[in-house]
Unconditional design. Sequence first.
Length: 481
Amino acid sequence: MNQLQIMVLKMIMFSKANYYLRINYQLLVTKDMALKTQTSKEDFLKIFERTEIEVLSQGVVKETAQERLASFDLPAKSDEEWKHTSLRRLLQHNFSPAQNRELTDSIVNSFSIPGLDAHRLVFINGFFAPAFSDIKNNSKGLIVKPMATAKIENKNLFDKYFGQSEIEANFFTSLNTVFSAEGSFIYIGDNFASDKPIHIVNLADGQDRKTVSQYRNLIIAGKLSQSKIINTYHSLSVNYTLTNIVTEIFLEDGAQLNYNIFQGEGVDSSQFNNVKVIQQSNSNFSSSTTTLCGMLVRNDLKIEHKGSNCETDLNGLYLPDREQHFDNSVFVHHAKPHNTSNQLYKGIIDNKSSAVFLGKVLVDKGAQKTLANQSNKNILLTKYAKIYSKPQLEIYADDVVCAHGSTTGQIDKEAIFYLQSRGINRRKAETLLLSAFVKDVIDKIELEGYKLYIQLLVDNRLKGEKVDGQCIMIDECPACD
């Protein structure tokens, strides 16, 4: 190589180096500007400090939550439990406290579950709506009322249980404890079997504003009681809304409680749903969580066995689309011997959406004879869809039977071909296979009317159809081609 060639080569290398330096500099500047537009923890907390509504927490509970809130930062991807869930899109918006609004019977009734006879509590942006609620308390053992009322009328029960389940508090549970002002209070007395389920309807409406609201649910199942509860979430309009919920559930000895969650808020809505369950001896807790809608949905479900011979059955179904992100974090703590837990979560991830399943079972040293199973299965419908699945077992006892598993794949092409060879078009063949994939999760729903409701919504979702009561999804994604 002669001198001229060496000089030209150096000029090219220098030019490329400058180019990449400029590109990297521009990326750093862009990133820095993006970070500056993010809402800080201090700015986020100011949203709630401006409110003058009397909050539910008081005394030591409130003080402890305030200390925790001061110590926590907003969750970031550097946190192990938030590794695959970013708040960046959410924190780009300037939220303000949600406000109450007036509705008509027809609007509220459109979110009822057909054929389901239930006690009903309705909340609009976190405000109790007595005009649309149908509550018939039973003096022998059933109390259903708004939390703010129970704080006064059922002070002994409220003080005994409120804020006592925050075993592993986080930023959003502490935020809720400090600032929440309303929610549902449900008490099922000892030896009482509720004759019909309890339906909690939560409606969110930004009213052309970016709003944030908070709910608090306290559910107490007395000794040998039996009850079923459905908690549904919907949007009244297409707005950027944020809903932060904490639900505390206590099952005393021998109690049986079936708890269902349906998440159907709009495509621009975000939700943080924290459920803490404390089970005493011989209790049975079963749950079903169905997530169809929302921009960002994070579910934290934590179970602790405080007694022996407990049974826990946890089921979940999630169908993100577009660029939605659904995150399920499940933790079961086997602290005592002779307890059983089962987890079955399934997801169908479409277009450019993503999902997370983080399931953990902890078996303490003294928790012998534990039976625990975890199963997470997913289908990716496009090459852009993503799932992050991590089932975990942490076992310190030696006489246990525990298993976990995770599978992810696409629709079986051979099965599609077989159905097409029988005269079924491709679209219908795909729908049939996807319906079969989620059937066992839906079949675990115990309330027949609610099961049919979920089946209808899921079937129509898989067909790409719009249904009142769920967010609007698109059948095709031009940007995903």
